[in-house]
Design a protein around this ligand. Structure first.
Ligand code: BGC
Length: 748
């Protein structure tokens, strides 16, 4: 017995192990990292746990010295192939152990070729196209020396006031998980050692999107069932897709800041999920433990973050300044430091940084490659959602004699790039105005911006805009938000279209000309009125470099829109939070039970409004449901069939439906599968997305769409355990979360 234990220990040593809380790394890279660790001084270890922003350094000499001394293991926002090679040379050739740096940068939705904001990409419901977009982003970014990016951002949110809704994949855990996996695979590529592969970073771990009131950085309270059934799902998908790093977040979660949260960082991430990459803090989030009132000073903050399992500190220097003394005080252990460094070094080995630390300076020729731009155009086209199209206003014919192009977003090259865009260049943007002029010829386009920017309150150009509309056959109004109104620290309490855009739109509507409103924004705006007065509405988000040609493709019918909403659109901020997978309540409202505020007679008796769950002014339904999106063609669903009426807890059921393209154009439909668990040991959502397929159906043709539901897909965390419960289930296959063919099955 003893003998075999000894053999086991020796062999574990040979292949390299790192026993962290429940995690055992057994890999060649782990082995090399362990050998390196054994040679490192404490100072060198502390250096590996520090990531410094380029702005930290007074001058280039200070930077070089820091790298030479092994003072930091990672640099943030230091880019350019030659520059990176030069600093890497110092790390590799002049530092004592030659440990390469890992260079990090936010490449959130494209590098030079910018793709739609991630919320827009999620609206494509096309993980393959999204994966390709991130592959392109990684290829471009890697040519600049970037080896690690802080994406994907996969915070589920129910709050469009929160500016960072733009950066995520919306409200649904299933869709966000599919996107998370696609983004990780795109960023990290097929082989981690490929020069174009970057380390991805699943952020912000965790719960940041549940910020109270939608105000950025605010407190979050999330029950464990919601945490596990909703918020953690895309993070688990990222982990399963092999993401190399996680970023702890800014928010406190149920009273414990997430950058010092042992439950999420140790219990869930390491013990349950067996994550073996490394965790970086968010920018300064370790020292922010002091502002949270969770740490007395920087030393205390560093101790708490290290004890919770944050391996690397971003931007602030509490680790560097305090680790030695914390070790002396026994507030942290040497084993914790070794574990953190091992995690970091293992990732560096896995990325091939030790073997191939330098960048090919020729690689940057790939920036803005025509194929990249073409893909950006495709994704922008697929992300746009057609919300209304009365009397087949769209598509317009290219033979149209003239169009009025109006609105502050028609020719706003920076705004269309969206938030979190450091490296995209406005001069590379093709705006809608430019694309429409190219398509129709200058003469047919009567352009008046009408407003200089989205918040502009001046009506000075209204008359000119109305005159342009009157002399044209149709009006295309590009409304929305400037890029700066969404993103980090950019939350809004009101979510209307800013400035006097709506007033201008109302004036344009009076002309009686066909009115097409295109909305380019970083969040789902409350657009009830604009939707009402427009003949057609396309929701185009901030669509990136190629937003203009993509929108021209749709407006003039080169292709039919196929995007679907990745978030519920509310009527106004008073409905927030509204998400389609809410519970039913004990008093669900119905069309019959809702009383509108204006129909209540004076001095109504106390009980006359029926005591149901609705708002007197808004009712109980949102403006537009999750999954909604029209096409120029029409799709008809029929013949729902299930392979069985019941399954056991290890079984599965196949669900089939026929979808026919009954319109006049070829088109893509996103067929959606929802289920409802009718009775549970805790209350269950009225619907949950469990599958989707994006299918191209030619005009006049039909497709049979098939989904398999495994009993395991129906599992949920009930406060004590994760399980699939026996009982009756509903299933729907349809075009959005509000419509669909209905069936039933039983889990025994
Ligand atoms: C953001 C992160 C980002 C980091 C580095 C922080 O302010 O919250 O999302 O990755 O900065 O730029």
């Amino acid at each position: 017995m003893k003998h075999s234990l000894a053999i086991l220990l020796v062999s574990l040593f040979l292949i390299g192990t790192s026993c962290k809380t429940g995690v055992t790394v057994q890999s060649e890279e782990g082995s090399r990292a362990e050998k390196m660790l054994a040679q490192m001084t404490l100072d060198e270890k502390i250096g590996q746990m520090s990531q410094l922003d380029i702005g930290y350094f007074r001058d280039p000499e200070q930077l070089k010295n820091a790298v030479r001394e092994g003072r930091c293991g990672s640099l943030l926002n230091f880019i350019g192939a030659e520059q990176v090679n030069a600093i890497q040379k110092i790390a590799v050739e002049e530092s004592r152990l030659g440990i390469p740096l890992i260079i990090g940068r936010d490449v959130i939705h494209g590098y030079r070729t910018v793709f739609p904001i991630p919320l827009g990409m999620a609206a494509s419901w096309n993980p393959e196209a999204v994966k390709k977009a991130y592959r392109i982003a990684a290829t471009e970014a890697s040519s600049q020396g970037i080896k690690w990016t802080f994406a994907p951002m996969i915070d589920i949110t129910w709050d469009p006031r929160w500016g960072r809704i733009a950066e995520g994949c919306g409200e649904d855990p299933y869709l966000a998980s599919a996107m998370a996996a696609a983004m990780v695979k795109g960023i990290q590529g097929d082989s981690l050692t490929d020069p174009t592969s970057l380390a991805a970073c699943a952020k912000h771990y965790v719960g940041y999107g549940f910020t109270e009131g939608g105000r950025d950085y605010n407190t979050t309270y999330i029950t464990e069932p919601v945490l596990r059934n909703v918020v953690l799902k895309p993070f688990k998908a990222a982990k399963d897709a092999g993401v190399l790093t996680f970023m702890s977040a800014f928010n406190d979660l149920n009273g414990v800041p997430t950058s010092a949260n042992e439950f999420t960082l140790k219990q869930i991430l390491r013990n349950e999920w067996k994550f073996d990459g490394f965790v970086v803090s968010d920018w300064g989030s370790v020292v922010e433990l002091i502002s949270h009132g969770y740490a007395v000073d920087e030393r205390d903050a560093a101790a708490k973050a290290i004890n919770a399992g944050v391996d690397m500190e971003m931007a602030s220097t509490s680790y560097f300044d305090n680790i030695k003394i914390l070790l002396e005080e026994n507030k942290i252990t040497q084993a914790q430091i070794d574990e953190a460094v091992l995690n970091i070094l293992t990732v560096k080995y896995r990325l091939g940084l030790f073997d191939n630390p330098y960048i090919n300076t020729e690689a940057e020729k790939i920036l803005l490659d025509p194929a990249f731009l073409e893909h950006s155009r495709t994704v922008a086209r697929e992300s746009a959602v057609l919300l209304k199209n009365d009397s087949k206003t769209l598509p317009l014919k290219t033979e149209i004699s003239s169009v009025a192009v109006i609105g502050p977003l028609a020719d706003a090259p920076r705004d269309q790039l969206g938030t979190w865009c450091f490296d995209g260049r406005p001069e590379n943007s093709v705006t809608p105005l430019k694309a429409i002029r190219e398509l129709l010829g200058e003469k047919k386009v009567n352009y008046v911006s009408g407003l200089r920017y989205s918040r502009d309150k001046s009506t000075a150009q209204f008359n000119a805009a109305i005159a342009a509309a009157k002399k044209s056959d149709a009006i295309i109004f590009f409304a929305g938000e400037e890029w700066i109104l969404s993103g980090e620290g950019q939350s809004r309490a009101e979510i209307d279209i800013p400035g006097v855009q709506s007033e201008l739109l109302a004036e344009l509507a009076k002309t009686g000309k066909p009115l097409i409103t295109v909305i380019m924004a970083g969040r789902p705006l409350a657009i009830g009125e604009e939707l009402g007065i427009s003949d057609a509405v396309l929701y185009a988000w901030h669509g990136g470099t190629m937003a203009g040609p993509a929108l021209a493709d749709l407006i003039f019918g080169k292709e039919s829109p196929s995007g679907k909403l990745p978030v519920t659109f509310v009527k106004g901020p008073g409905q927030i939070p509204y998400y389609y997978y809410h519970n039913n309540t004990g008093r669900p409202a119905t069309t019959q039970s809702w009383t509108h505020i204006d129909s209540i007679s004076v001095e109504n008796p106390q009980s006359s409004l029926g005591y149901k769950s609705f708002w007197l002014d808004y009712g109980y339904t949102p403006l537009l449901p999750f999954g909604f999106g029209l096409s120029y063609t029409t799709f008809e669903y029929s013949d729902l069939s299930l392979s069985a009426v019941s399954m056991n807890k290890t079984g599965s059921i196949t669900v089939k439906a026929t979808v026919a393209n009954t319109g006049e154009m070829d088109g893509v439909e996103v067929v959606q599968l929802y289920v409802r668990d009718r009775v549970g040991s805790i209350t269950r959502p009225v619907k949950e997305l469990k599958g989707f397929r994006r299918i191209n159906i030619l005009r006049g043709e039909t497709a049979v769409v098939e989904f398999t539901i495994d009993a395991a897909d129906l599992a949920f965390f009930n406060g004590k355990e994760t399980l699939t419960e026996a009982g009756q289930f509903d299933v729907w296959v349809g075009t959005n979360s509000d419509e669909g063919l209905h069936g039933e099955f039983i889990v025994e």
